[in-house]
Design a protein around this ligand. Structure first.
Ligand SMILES: Nc1ncnc2c1ncn2[C@@H]1O[C@H](COP(=O)(O)OP(=O)(O)OP(=O)(O)O)[C@@H](O)[C@H]1O
Ligand code: SF4
Ligand SMILES: [Mg+2]
Length: 372
């Protein structure tokens, strides 16, 4: 589905100038350093969208995802869910939110309690949200959820260590679906898996999304996953969104110098440790001392004196695309925004081909099943 930011109903979720700082607590004679993890981030996600948040390690993606789900509290700013300000909700209202918004974590090994059976893991939220009247209904619901994610109902009796990484991530997805959520944040849900298993899990998420009418927010490093799945993409650098665009616009003609650098460094068809590293000089500055003005100015090949003095505000272009750079027009005219398709294509296309092949196989299976 393609959703244009201008064809708007009430967004399912919206961040308004959302800010999160960690630390800064007073100790004996000093304060702990303040980590500026997320700084005045604003965007809105429409129902049914797949919205991606991408950026280097430590740029604040997970913190932003957790802020949206109210798993952590904002330092400043607000979160709106279906038009209501949920920033300070507590008690019963917060419990309702917990049911409607779920998270799938990166590490399918760490995120499942090893001492519980799969049935207990998935059955717990079913019981917590009052979705089964008795043990037998709960068992039935667990069986349905396991089937929905492509696992056998009999697996309910087993423990997490008896499963592969891909199967565990399916169990994590079944657990997330147990409360019948409307919104799911996937925090790097496939980056710990190998490529062909990634493709299966991604396709499972996409078909569940279509079947259940879910909205997905995908936090990711991996540009192939983003390109394959998302409708729109927010690019983060040091806690701020520097560009937000429809996925094709972003990949075909990135406007922000950081997005351009990120796309020039497409990940290899490789294990997670060889992650996307932008093709940039210099180290990522510490989030305890973000550079003044444009946070990217210490590494930007187009930086000018104004960049270190004045923070660029996000400019909204026709169609809803946003870019936060004083000089994006000049950068684009200098050839910086030219399509990166050629340089991106080889490795990215290799990955996309795997995802699409698996998707086609799934669809063929589904059609064969329907005509049997
Ligand atoms: N609970 C916390 N206490 C202190 N600092 C934190 C906490 N959680 C995150 N941070 C810091 O906030 C910054 C953003 O972290 P975050 O985990 O959101 O980044 P990320 O983009 O998800 O990174 P990765 O891609 O490695 O998962 C980092 O500098 C991180 O060390
Ligand atoms: S504002 Fe300046 S430093 Fe920041 S991205 Fe634009 S040109 Fe680069
Ligand atoms: Mg993270």
């Amino acid at each position: 589905m393609t959703t244009n930011a201008s064809n708007i109903a009430t967004p399912i979720i919206e961040a308004r100038a959302l800010t999160k700082r960690f630390g800064g607590e007073r100790q004996m004679f000093a304060r702990t350093p303040t980590v500026h993890a997320v700084n005045e981030v604003s965007f809105a996600v429409q129902t049914g969208e797949t919205f991606a948040i991408v950026g280097e390690s430590g740029c604040g993606k997970s913190t932003l995802g957790r802020l949206l789900l109210r798993l952590i509290d904002a330092t400043q700013g607000s979160v709106f869910y279906q038009g209501e300000d949920i920033t300070r909700w507590q008690g019963a209202k917060l419990r309702r939110l917990r049911r409607e918004m779920q998270i799938i974590f990166q590490d399918p090994f760490a995120s499942l309690n090893p001492g519980m059976t799969v049935g207990q893991i998935i059955g717990e939220p079913v019981a917590f949200h009052g979705l089964a009247c008795n043990a037998s209904e709960r068992r039935d619901r667990v069986a349905q959820l396991l089937t929905k994610v492509g696992l056998q109902p009999a697996y309910a009796e087993r423990y997490p260590h008896e499963f592969s990484g891909g199967q565990r991530q399916r169990i994590g997805i079944a657990r997330a679906l147990a409360g019948e959520p409307k919104l799911i944040v996937g925090d790097e849900p496939v980056s710990a898996l190998d490529v062909s298993v990634q493709a299966q899990v991604i396709n499972l998420l996409e078909s569940l999304k279509a079947e259940l009418g879910l909205t997905l927010i995908m936090v990711a490093h991996d540009l192939a996953v983003i390109r394959h799945m998302s409708d729109r993409v927010a690019v983060m650098y040091l806690g701020e969104i520097v560009e937000l665009a429809q996925v094709d616009e972003l990949f075909d003609a990135p406007l922000h110098p950081y997005t351009q650098a990120l796309l020039r460094a497409i990940p290899a068809n490789s294990p997670p440790e060889r992650r996307t590293k932008p093709a940039l000089q210099g180290d990522l500055p510490s989030p305890t001392a973000p550079p003044p003005g444009c946070r990217f100015h210490t590494r930007c090949p187009h930086a000018k004196p104004r960049c270190s003095q004045e923070r660029p505000l996000a400019e909204t272009l026709p169609g809803g695309r946003q870019v936060a750079c004083h000089f994006w027009r000049e950068v684009q005219n200098a050839g910086g925004g030219a399509p990166l398709v050629a340089s991106v294509s080889a490795k990215l296309n290799e990955r996309l081909a795997i995802y699409r092949e698996k998707q086609a196989a799934l669809m063929a299976d589904a059609q064969a099943g329907a005509t049997r």
